[in-house]
Ligand binder design. Sequence first.
Ligand SMILES: Cc1cc2nc3c(=O)[nH]c(=O)nc-3n(C[C@H](O)[C@H](O)[C@H](O)COP(=O)(O)OP(=O)(O)OC[C@H]3O[C@@H](n4cnc5c(N)ncnc54)[C@H](O)[C@@H]3O)c2cc1C
Length: 353
Amino acid sequence: MKVLVVGAGPTGLTVAVELARLGLLPRVIDRRDSASTLSRAVGITSRSLELLSKSGVSEKLIAEGIAVQAACIYLDKQLALEFPLHSDRTYFPTILGLPQDRTEALMDQVLSSMGVEVEYQKELISLSEYRDGVVAQFDTGDEDRFDLVIGADGIRSTVREAAGINFPGFDLEEEWSIADVDTDGWPPRRKFTLVKMESGLVAVAVPLGEGRHRLVASCEDAIGAFPMELDIKRVRRQGTFKVSIRQAETYSRGRVHLAGDAAHCHSPVGGRGMNLGIADAVELAARIVAGRLTGYSELRHREDKKVIDITERGRKIVTGKSLKARFEFRALIAAANSLPAVRRKLGQFVVEF
Ligand SMILES: Cc1cc2nc3c(=O)[nH]c(=O)nc-3n(C[C@H](O)[C@H](O)[C@H](O)COP(=O)(O)OP(=O)(O)OC[C@H]3O[C@@H](n4cnc5c(N)ncnc54)[C@H](O)[C@@H]3O)c2cc1C
């Protein structure tokens, strides 16, 4: 069977690694000049590590990443709650912090060792589907026929558009921002920190490595958003981004299947975007090899929708300005502070989510 994977982000690389592990070597293309240097997703869940363990990718991720030990929640400058991030029931006991470019580089290493090289500087322009295959046209002027095409080509997916699949949802008005910084002192090492301001702004710090943090805020200045003094030695990268909450109406049409951001996107609250893409990818690859693609779309659409809905509820609680949102957030903190079992359960929920 001839399979084309469009996009060599974490989703496309995972589809390719899993297909290759199961004995099917796909063709993988990406329009970028070379591997990405962007550190977008920084939190790898235990579930993703479990899914990536069979190929040997997890071992490499765990060796380089940083195990996040606890979460701290501040209300303005005041520490309101701290709880351990830990579960005994999962493959890895906590969240692993690692910049996305390193995750991709390690996946690419494993893929390469399995005999598949990503073809960079190759862009999919269009698809024409026939009864016996799909013909993909490339910007390099050539074309090729495939049995299946996997759209792992991100939010503005060409594959999704070519297949005529709608991407309903909405876009948030505000700009969000990130900064990758070298730090000394605050924010705390090996801890996830969330600061909720009375104004409804939220700022988050995630450890990326020893003395390195990712800052994210629901406004245009990820560094200035923190009400406390940050001990920043170097700013490696800074930028703003818009958030969309969308999900493709179906993940499969004919011989074309979508996975990752091409199929869904949501806010970074909860840090699940890349992790959902990895779960789609593993499921899709297994079904391709087993020849049972029917049901892929229904299963992954349902699973991803659950996470998008929970993430949206979380976003509204942490960024909500209404009295109700503020009340819910404070009630959660009060309950967790009064009962160690609630703190433990909260940490377990975050690791298992
Ligand atoms: C600021 C920020 C912070 C984030 N933080 C987190 C986090 O902490 N945790 C988390 O899980 N997620 C996070 N995410 C989301 C995460 O980055 C994405 O969900 C993830 O990158 C999706 O992976 P993907 O492989 O599906 O798509 P992408 O990473 O977008 O990869 C798609 C690839 O397809 C290629 N491509 C596109 N069109 C074509 C074409 N026509 N032909 C050939 N190639 C093409 C692109 O060049 C790209 O390399 C964050 C996102 C942002 C923006």
